[in-house]
Design a protein around this ligand. Structure first.
Ligand code: NAG
Ligand code: NAG
Ligand code: NAG
Ligand code: NAG
Ligand code: NAG
Ligand code: ZN
Length: 302
């Protein structure tokens, strides 16, 4: 059980990191890895954001269930993937990742989503030289809108992944971020997942180069929240079988227990912040949620 102060501090910090540089004192909470503040995903939602999204979801889901548009899962769906490689020079350290790493990333996603009813098929790799996008793309930044407007292909069922460098001060330290299924209708061109190029399998980002950043961000793309969303109290990530967690995990703290509610922290869950090698599961509750999210918002029939 961690002191409430720490919980409050972490909530504040996690809200702040998208819009400003990481406060130095965050290091204390994430004392691992070359990315000195550990895994950082740009998907931060306030409890108000989440509760609004969930009210709308509950009501749509009820309507769709009544209309039998959301059904018990019977089969599998293959998601077409457009892989947009954005680079600053034709050097791998400037984002020019080889096709073999892209295919290896798709393979990791197929392993990690095995049993969810989803699989992924590479449809196209685009390669674009643009140092501005490579360096500065980040959540809610105009150049990432330019990038997506120029590159996005496909429809609501198509997964667009963008690899960039996150080198600018507002993006520095990010491993990735994603839109949620419910966001598509209001802003279709913004839909997709943006990840650090060196997080691909075989990439140079130590502790985060087995491809699990993509697995995690695609988890948001299919409607999952972080298990530490909301901390120990309240509905958390809206999944019953992911025990509540006060703060993100870092490294691989198996056995950690930050909330008095039942269950150890789900540090090996793909939606936590642990190292790539630590992560190995989605829970049945997460699988049920992602299936109803994509049936509701992406028109995907399983
Ligand atoms: C869906 O895919 C899984 C894993 O490949 C397989 O075990 C299952 O039989 C498939 N289900 C259907 C209905 O094809
Ligand atoms: C690629 O970048 C690395 C690191 O900056 C550098 O050491 C290497 O010389 C570069 N290679 C080429 C072919 O420019
Ligand atoms: C999915 O799991 C099944 C059963 O465990 C296994 O046979 C299959 O090879 C797996 N597929 C992938 C892509 O990992
Ligand atoms: C792949 O993307 C390019 C744009 O970069 C497009 O011209 C081409 O038609 C696409 N190919 C396929 C098979 O979708
Ligand atoms: C590179 O990005 C900038 C900023 O979004 C944009 O103005 C420019 O057109 C882009 N260049 C190319 C070649 O895509
Ligand atoms: Zn995340």
């Amino acid at each position: 059980m961690l002191p409430r102060l720490l919980v409050a501090l972490t909530t504040l910090l996690s809200l702040a990191y998208v819009v400003s540089a990481i406060p130095a004192n965050v290091d204390r909470l994430y004392p691992i890895g070359p990315r000195d503040a550990g895994r950082k995903c740009g998907n931060d939602l306030t409890p108000e954001d989440v509760s609004e999204k969930e009210k709308a979801f509950a009501s749509l889901l009820a309507q769709n269930k009544a209309a039998e548009k959301v059904t018990a899962v019977a089969g599998n769906f293959t998601i077409p993937v457009i892989f947009n490689v954005v680079y600053a020079s034709m050097n791998i350290s400037d984002g020019y990742v080889p096709d073999s790493q892209v295919q290896a990333q798709i393979d990791v996603m197929n392993q990690d989503y095995n049993g969810t009813g989803l699989s992924f098929q590479l449809q196209n790799i685009t390669r674009t030289l643009n140092a501005t996008w490579f360096n500065n793309a980040a959540p809610n930044v105009d150049v990432q809108t330019d990038m997506k407007n120029a590159l996005r292909q496909g429809d609501v069922k198509t997964l667009n992944i963008y690899t960039v460098g996150f080198t600018s001060s507002s993006a520095l330290g990010l491993l990735g971020y994603s839109t949620f299924p419910a966001d598509y209708a209001g802003d279709p061109m913004n839909d997709g997942v943006v990840i650090l190029y060196s997080s691909l399998p075989g990439g140079s980002e130590a502790s985060f180069n087995l491809g699990r950043t993509s697995t995690h961000e695609v988890g948001h793309w299919v409607g999952l929240y972080h298990p530490f969303q909301g901390g120990c109290d309240g509905p958390g990530d809206y999944v019953d079988d992911t025990p509540a967690e006060a703060i993100p995990a870092a490294g691989c703290p198996i056995g950690r227990d930050t909330c008095s509610s039942p269950g150890l922290d789900p540090v090996q869950n793909y939606m936590d912040y642990s190292n790539d090698a630590c992560m190995n599961n989605f829970t049945p509750g997460q699988i049920a949620r992602l299936q109803s999210q994509i049936q509701t918002y992406r028109g995907i029939q399983l």
